[in-house]
Design a protein. Structure first.
Length: 175
């Protein structure tokens, strides 16, 4: 089904939960059909105008969208851990004026890498398992599942690791 022509009133953070195909139509009538990959994390800018429509014969699109408000915060690091998200093997997917987006996989038993969370952050797991978030606050054990959204406020030294399952996670640091 078509979303109808719409304009994004705000910047949006998105992550795809399934593999499928998507048709996008721009205001000038140009249509493109592209694959949608599970775990793809991206930002849609304010003012973007388009129609989105699933392609017949492919799974229904399933995604998480988070509206980004205009209230960025950053936190001063007074410790020794490096600023910004860190995880072994994490791949930076985007870095713009609103977000830094990461694709990270946490394997069970692998030690978490300490970092100072200088910005508020969302974690969006793609797999079921258990994440352990430690650092300068009490350690939290978080059972997670595909498409769950976890918000972590900035201003803390953290480590993130899997205590159960190999978990692909989309990470968004808000600017």
């Amino acid at each position: 089904m078509s979303t109808g022509m719409h304009r994004h009133a705000s910047d949006f953070l998105g992550i795809e939960l399934v593999e499928t195909m998507l048709k996008v139509t721009t205001p000038d009538g140009k249509e493109t059909i592209n694959p949608v990959h599970r775990g793809n994390i991206y930002m849609l800018p304010k003012g973007l105008t388009h129609i989105e429509e699933g392609v017949v014969g492919h799974p229904q699109r399933n995604s998480i969208l988070i509206e980004l408000k205009d209230a960025p915060r950053s936190y001063k690091n007074s410790g020794s851990a490096p600023d910004g998200f860190a995880a072994d093997g994490a791949k930076k997917m985007a870095d713009n004026n609103r977000v830094i987006l990461w694709d990270a996989t946490f394997a069970p038993g692998a030690a978490g890498k300490p970092f100072f969370q200088s910005r508020d952050m969302f974690l969006i797991p793609m797999d079921a398992g258990t994440l352990t978030v430690g650092g300068d606050e009490a350690t939290k054990t978080l059972p997670v599942a595909n498409g769950q959204v976890v918000f972590l406020p900035g201003g803390h030294t953290r480590t993130i690791q899997s205590s159960q399952g190999t978990i692909l996670v989309g990470v968004a640091e808000l600017k």
